[in-house]
Design a protein around this ligand. Structure first.
Ligand code: GDP
Ligand code: ZN
Length: 326
């Protein structure tokens, strides 16, 4: 049986579980797809040419195995720059998802708006919607809650839904279910933010992902960690991703990163200098908007960090200081 349409529900370097109805086959890739992942000069251009969520055509070899023959065009993709490599290669984390749910936490680990802003850019670039989930709300006090909600009103006014959650007592979990219902979501978060706990609160057992980080293949190479597509009892699907440490922007020109900050759009082209970078130049319309409170200071700082490539950890520390000094 040739060229059966199916969907990749699990991927780990070289092996892909492809589903069609009740049938799930462990598949490898036909050589020509592997060759397509190399540029003309033979360099790798993808970390992996096939991602969870991809629609493919496959050949069935027996009851358990098959071969992916063809990769169908993607409607959306969540791509980042593959970490730990000097050359730029693309890693498609999830294909064809409708939206990405970005989970961050108030504390433990500390609030990381850089992580959030980077994912919002990747979502926009990949033609996906984004929902913001701020978890561990139980770890902050009422005064801090006020500060946090004012931080996040900037994102709400950009059109993003912000859901405040806590696994303790479960507020917000119903809202996560509501935004997930009937959709294919990708859920991302740094390790420890509570992504697995949230998934389990949404549906018992959902967050019990196989922890196979750092397994070695026969070649002695680290396998990519497992991304898995799970179906939701209340309708919809979610691709669970392993804790992400680095969010390298892929396909985004940092010289033009202002184009990904929706709130800056009305001011672009109104600066004194044509090549204004909106960092500290005189006559900058963006900076004026920041000083008038029309653009959030936090978002502008985030923009600068992306534009000039500020060391992320230093940036996060400064942000925390700013937060604590309130
Ligand atoms: P993941 O790495 O993002 O999947 O995070 P886990 O779900 O494994 O959670 C990491 C730790 O944070 C665990 O000790 C959880 O019990 C704890 N945790 C998760 N959600 C919350 C929350 O809303 N509030 C508090 N206080 N702790 C949480
Ligand atoms: Zn400017």
């Amino acid at each position: 049986m040739d060229d059966i349409p199916g969907r990749v529900i699990r991927a780990r370097s070289g092996f892909y579980d492809v589903q069609r109805g009740d049938l799930v086959l462990r598949c490898t890739l036909r050589g020509r797809i592997k060759r397509e992942q190399r540029s003309e000069i033979g360099r790798r251009i993808y970390a992996d040419p096939v991602a969870v969520g991809d629609e493919v055509n496959f050949t069935r070899l027996d009851d358990e195995e098959g071969v992916i023959e063809k990769l169908l065009p993607r409607r959306t993709k969540l791509s980042r720059q593959y970490p730990g490599r000097r050359e730029a290669i693309e890693q498609v984390v999830v294909a064809n998802a409708d939206q990405v749910i970005v989970v961050i936490s108030t504390r433990l680990p500390d609030l990381n708006l850089r992580f959030l802003d980077r994912f919002l850019i990747l979502a926009e670039n990949g033609a996906m919607g984004a929902v913001i989930c701020l978890n561990k709300m139980d770890l902050i006090h009422s005064k801090e809650i006020q500060i946090v909600t004012s931080f996040f009103s900037a994102y709400q006014s950009l059109g993003y839904e912000v859901i405040y959650t806590s696994v303790k007592g479960c507020p917000g979990v119903g809202d996560i279910r509501r935004v997930m219902k009937g959709k294919f979501s990708a859920i991302v978060g740094a390790s420890g933010v509570g992504k697995s706990s949230l998934l389990n609160a949404i549906q018992p057992g959902l967050g019990l992902r196989v922890a196979d980080v750092g397994l070695k293949t026969e070649k002695g190479r680290h396998t990519t960690t497992l991304v898995e597509l799970l179906s939701l009892d209340f309708g919809g699907e979610v691709a669970d991703t392993p804790g992400i440490r680095e969010v390298g922007l892929w396909g985004v020109d940092t010289e033009n990163v202002e184009l990904y900050f929706r709130e800056m759009e009305p001011y672009l082209g109104h600066c004194k200098y044509n090549d204004c970078a909106h960092i500290g130049e005189p006559g900058c319309a963006v900076i004026e908007a920041v000083s008038l409170g029309r653009i959030s200071q936090v978002r502008h700082r985030s923009y600068i960090a992306l534009r000039v490539g500020t060391d992320e950890s230093e940036f996060a520390t400064n942000e925390l200081r700013l937060w604590k000094s309130r």
